[in-house]
Design a protein around this ligand. Structure first.
Ligand SMILES: [Zn+2]
Length: 205
């Protein structure tokens, strides 16, 4: 089955497609990759992805596979720790203005090394190379609510979710994002992938 690039999905339809794709992946009934030449030729004329995803660079969480999505379906940025940077903001703006994807997803994952490193720096004084530390600076503000007395495992679990919510919070600080959300044309959701099962858990707003 190919992706029909002529269809415009609503945000909730887009979310349903992600959920259904993740179900197929977890149940071992994924249909990827079955792309045909005609589909690629059709997509060469233009793309109309239904979801924009900011995910982690971690090799165990490729969004196309987790959501059993093919060519033309997902517009993706991947950065260690799924952090927001000016370039990510620009990519999201492009997706919103020019591609008009109805759904934006921030996809964290259990056991994230970047969040782990930020927690180690915050609570246990760990130091990293300068560019890694610069990356961690984007994560640390989101970890303010993490319980310092919790175990490292509990901190990491809470930190992964807090980091996703922090990225969402930063995006929603822009007047443009708030306006689009109010118009109902943009839906921004968070999710956390469980590496051990491939199951994606969507966060409540
Ligand atoms: Zn990660």
């Amino acid at each position: 089955m190919g992706h029909d690039a002529t269809v415009r999905y609503t945000a909730s339809e887009a979310l349903d497609r992600l959920r259904a794709g993740n179900d197929r992946f977890v149940q071992g009934t994924a249909r990827f990759p079955t792309v045909q030449k005609e589909v690629l030729a059709d997509l060469a004329k233009g793309q109309r992805p239904y979801a924009t995803i900011l995910g982690c660079s971690d090799s165990r969480v490729p969004p196309e596979l987790l959501f059993d999505a093919g060519f033309g379906e997902l517009f993706i940025v991947r950065l260690a720790g799924n952090v927001l940077s000016p370039e990510v903001g620009g990519t999201f703006q492009y997706a919103g203005v020019h591609l008009r994807t109805p759904l934006f997803l921030i996809l964290g994952h259990e056991g994230c090394g970047a969040v782990h490193a930020a927690l180690e720096a915050k609570f246990r004084g760990a130091r990293d190379r300068s560019r890694i530390e610069a990356l961690l600076q984007n994560i640390l503000p989101g970890l303010d609510g993490i319980d310092p007395t919790a175990s490292p495992e509990e901190q990491l679990r809470a930190g992964v979710e807090a980091n996703v919510r922090w990225t969402i919070h930063q995006i929603m600080e822009s007047p443009e994002a708030r306006a689009r959300q109010a118009e109902g044309v943009l839906q921004l959701v968070g999710a956390v992938a469980d590496i051990a099962t491939g199951r994606v858990r969507f966060l409540e707003a």
